[in-house]
Ligand binder design. Structure first.
Ligand code: ADP
Ligand code: MG
Length: 268
């Protein structure tokens, strides 16, 4: 198993040390995640793929501090995570926009919580709206937006916290291929420009390769890491032409093979 960090990566940011998680269902312990060991370095984009139900969201919930590991520990910059960590931003599968607030007011929520001065808030919201390409939709309500625009709003709201690390759980799963590509391009641009560290869950293997510096393959029940692939693509890769790139095609094929193995194991 290749667990070497990406060559351009820096210090360890998020570390899972022998992490396991069980849930109690009907008074019985049901293991969901088992024996996870890995370190994510500052500035890395890591994707996490694996069959449904193998514990990917559970792992993210623990990294966000929402769940405690049953055994093992998770550290952020060398300190054990206990409860919510405000340097980590989390987008769950559902975007949780507030339907009674327009786009600008939804993005404003974190700034209000952080107590940013009113005159500064306005400029910051305008900056974020421009960053995710939502100019002209400031006064639209979530119910009036397309799926892609809702995701952009959720991304802008996440970035309003200015978290160092972004946890994203299948954020583009429900979108059509073209919209998904646009958002992938924007995510990479933003992550690289602001040197964000990203842990991104997807069930789409092409997406897992397209975005990542490293891709973690998760599998089995309980879920554990079955492989880690270094993605041999430059950080400023062009997603529009990636499908014609030989190395990309080769890694996608390798991942398909890996995952067909884990699906077979998961089904036993
Ligand atoms: P994935 O995101 O890979 O589809 P999950 O992390 O959502 O998988 O779930 C992994 C396993 O843990 C599943 O069997 C699921 O039913 C169980 N699980 C997840 N959250 C809870 C919970 N809060 N209570 C009980 N079981 C849970
Ligand atoms: Mg999930």
């Amino acid at each position: 198993m290749d667990t070497k960090p990406h060559p351009e990566a820096r210090a360890d940011l998020l570390t899972f040390s022998d992490v396991s998680k069980s849930f109690t269902v009907d008074k019985k312990d049901r293991p969901a995640v088992y024996g996870v060991n890995c370190s994510i370095q500052e500035g890395e984009i890591i994707t996490l793929v694996g069959p449904s139900g193998c514990g990917k969201s559970t792992l993210l919930n623990m990294a966000a501090g929402l769940y405690k590991p049953t055994t093992g520990k998770i550290s952020y910059r060398g300190t054990q995570i206990e409860g919510l960590n405000h340097r980590i931003g989390y987008i769950t599968q559902s975007d949780h926009l507030l339907p009674w607030r327009d786009v600008a007011s939804n993005i404003l929520v974190p700034l209000e919580i952080m107590g940013m001065a009113k005159n500064e808030r306005k400029d910051r919201v305008a900056e974020l709206i421009e960053l995710v390409g939502l100019e002209g939709f400031e006064k639209s309500y979530p119910g009036q937006l397309s799926g892609g625009m809702r995701k952009r709003t959720a991304l802008a709201r996440l970035l309003a916290y200015d978290p160092e690390t972004l946890l994203m759980d299948e954020p583009f799963g429900a979108l059509d291929a073209q919209l998904r590509l646009m958002l992938q391009i924007e995510l990479l641009r933003i992550a690289r420009r602001f040197k964000k560290t990203v842990l991104f869950v997807t069930h789409d293997l092409d997406e897992a390769v397209a975005l990542a510096d490293r891709c973690i393959v998760f599998g089995g029940r309980p879920g554990t890491i079955v492989d880690t692939l270094n993605i041999p693509l430059s950080k400023d890769r062009d997603l529009m032409t990636l499908r014609f790139n030989k190395e990309y095609v080769e890694v996608c094929a390798k991942l398909w093979q890996q995952l067909s193995g884990t699906i077979a194991v998961g089904a036993q």
